[in-house]
Design a protein around this ligand. Sequence first.
Ligand SMILES: [Zn+2]
Length: 74
Amino acid sequence: MKCPKCGSENIQAITKTEGKIKKRGLISALFWIVLAVCTFGIALLIPLLTGGSKGKIKSHTSFVCLNCGKEFKK
Ligand SMILES: [Zn+2]
């Protein structure tokens, strides 16, 4: 693989992660508070256990030329 800018083969692959975790709305926040009170806080553990299922996080690999700093994908 060569750098598209300078033609150097001094390439390093980097993995990037990006994405947003959706913020819970006010109604669902109140829902969790009520649920937490009703269950003496046990319900608060549920988001922790299921955390990460909300929102999408993508990871992709791109390459950086160590010679000129050009960043590119495959
Ligand atoms: Zn380069």
